[in-house]
Design a protein around this ligand. Structure first.
Ligand SMILES: CC(C)(COP(=O)(O)OP(=O)(O)OC[C@H]1O[C@@H](n2cnc3c(N)ncnc32)[C@H](O)[C@@H]1O)[C@@H](O)C(=O)NCCC(=O)NCCS
Ligand SMILES: Nc1ncnc2c1ncn2[C@@H]1O[C@H](COP(=O)(O)OP(=O)(O)OP(=O)(O)O)[C@@H](O)[C@H]1O
Length: 205
């Protein structure tokens, strides 16, 4: 099946864009959400995370202590690589299992991942979308959504490629600023992907 990867820096609006695709009937795999689910379900992974970042990585009820892990990994390059190496292979497997459940009548699927380019998972997609928004707009939206500080946002941005670098690798763009309509941009891309998916299917037949 034709696979579209969608990414964007923290707070760029990738999830918001995905919700519009979902309204159009396109199934979306949310890699960040899947990662968190797997991290509370996969016993081997849980042991690995505890060994690397301490037992306090989980609460007593088994829930993930996001803040504890984020406090370590977004301030330490090596720790982040260690977490990625533990989690990413499991997320790749979860995506494959999810894709296998999608009916053949679906024209294409979307994989949303914050670090699509950084993790290399863009290579498994047929095309990619980069969602961008100006720094001030992202910051305002994140502070409103999560009550985070500018410092916390910057710490994550520092661990991701810049929009300029990601632009060189992306095939399509959504500009999610305060002027342009995200809905219209998604509708235009959807039409492009329907055509591309049809060609892809014919090429395989
Ligand atoms: C460190 C964790 C526990 C922090 O949880 P938290 O709820 O605070 O953040 P959340 O997962 O919602 O991510 C929010 C944003 O942080 C940034 N971010 C998350 N993981 C990463 C990463 N590995 N590298 C760079 N930035 C990241 C992204 O911009 C993302 O959109 C969590 O992000 C995590 O487990 N990350 C490792 C798994 C991973 O790489 N996920 C991303 C794609 S699979
Ligand atoms: N065009 C828009 N107009 C107004 N608010 C928006 C717009 N796009 C996104 N937002 C808001 O900005 C916040 C961040 O958007 P969203 O969650 O889609 O970003 P994200 O890139 O998925 O974030 P993260 O990197 O944290 O996963 C949300 O609260 C969302 O409702």
């Amino acid at each position: 099946m034709y696979k579209v990867g969608i990414t964007g820096g923290i707070g760029s609006g990738k999830t918001t864009a995905c919700k519009v695709f979902e309204v159009l009937g396109i199934p979306v795999f949310y890699a960040d959400t899947a990662a968190k689910e797997i991290m509370t379900q996969d016993t081997l992974l849980i042991e690995g995370v505890k060994a690397a970042f301490g037992n306090e990585s989980y609460f007593e009820d088994g829930k993930l202590n996001n803040k504890h892990i984020a406090g370590i990994v977004f301030n330490n390059e090596q720790a982040l690589s260690q977490l990625n190496a533990l989690v990413h292979p499991a997320v790749f497997r979860a995506f494959d299992a999810w894709e296998a459940t999608i009916p053949a009548t679906v024209p294409y699927t979307l994989k949303e991942a914050a670090i699509l380019f950084e993790s290399g998972s863009y290579k498994l997609c047929d095309t990619t979308i980069l969602v961008t928004a100006p720094y001030e707009v992202k910051l305002k939206r994140l502070m409103q959504r999560d009550g985070v500080t500018e410092e916390q946002v910057k710490a994550r941005m520092d661990k991701q490629l810049s929009d300029e670098e990601k632009s060189k690798m992306a095939n399509h763009f959504i500009v999610n600023d305060e002027q342009q309509s995200i809905i219209e941009q998604v509708l235009a891309l959807h039409q492009e992907f329907l055509n591309a998916a049809e060609e892809f299917k014919n090429g395989k037949a």
